[in-house]
Write a protein that binds this ligand. Structure first.
Ligand code: SAM
Length: 245
């Protein structure tokens, strides 16, 4: 899978895309990154990429033409039109479902805004607008890295053990069960004994129930989208009784 990033700050991607899982996936040819400096496509000799907002007001607005130039360049490089996504606080909210949809594409282009955002007319040229949350970042680069990280781990072969991404939080609208590692006891805090039992079926049931318990307690909103099996419904009843409800 190829990620192309259109940015005014290419160096921000150097370290994060050259470490850990992503670095290994790059080395194995599973992921590829194409960082395009939008400033290279500015139309004037000063390489201007921002300008004053029409109507006045604070700050500068990112110009459309350099971004369009960078998009045309990517189309020529790739020999076709890829899927263009703008990172913006006005976009649809990024989620595990959105990440899964993106992971099915061969090529995703992420456009990073700066300043007070991009001239609104960019929306006529792009396919999607994504926000990573209800807060304002200084630029789309940090948001692009969040999207890349979440999408990359869903691309087959990126995570060594495919089961880990199957079990993770938000699959089936549930948070993941609690995880423990050695030592078995820290300051009187013991690992739940079932996890030491070696009984795989009991461990599976415990994890499933704790996953449901954690979701009910911490993110009850997710339960509205959860389709419970007969076993899950029994766990829910037990959890409610244990909680005294
Ligand atoms: N003035 C804009 C507003 O109030 O909506 C905020 C612009 S922000 C300072 C500059 C750039 O950061 C945006 O164009 C976008 O690319 C990126 N950005 C900021 N917050 C974001 C978020 N929550 N999700 C995705 N991108 C974000």
């Amino acid at each position: 899978m190829i990620f192309t990033i259109l940015t005014l700050f290419p160096s921000l991607f150097e370290s994060p895309l050259n470490e850990s899982l992503i670095k290994k996936a790059r080395d194995r040819g599973i992921l590829d990154f194409n960082i395009v400096n939008v400033r290279d496509f500015a139309l004037d000799q000063h390489k201007t990429c921002d300008d004053y907002p029409f109507g006045g007001g604070a700050g500068m607005v990112m110009k459309v033409e350099p971004i369009l130039g960078a998009m045309r360049h990517v189309e020529q490089q790739m020999g076709g039109r890829p899927h263009f996504t703008l990172l913006t606080p006005h976009g649809r909210l990024f989620s595990q479902d959105v990440a899964s949809g993106m992971a099915r594409r061969n090529h995703v282009v992420l456009i990073c805004g700066r300043y007070e955002g991009v001239d609104e007319r960019i929306s006529s040229y792009i396919d999607d607008e994504i926000s990573i949350g209800d807060y304002v970042l200084s630029g789309g680069e940090a948001a692009a890295l969040v999207v890349i990280d979440a999408v990359a781990r869903l691309v087959p072969g990126v995570i060594g053990n495919e089961q880990s991404s199957m079990d993770e939080s938000f699959r089936e609208s549930l948070l993941e069960y609690p995880q423990y590692t050695r030592p078995q006891c820290i300051n009187d805090l013991e690992v739940p004994s079932v996890l030491l039992s070696g009984n795989h079926e009991e461990i599976r049931r415990w994890r499933r129930k704790e996953s449901i318990r954690r979701t009910i307690l911490r993110r009850p909103d997710l339960m509205d989208r959860f389709t419970a099996s007969q076993e899950d419904r029994r766990f829910i009843r037990e959890i409610m009784e244990e909680l005294g409800e």
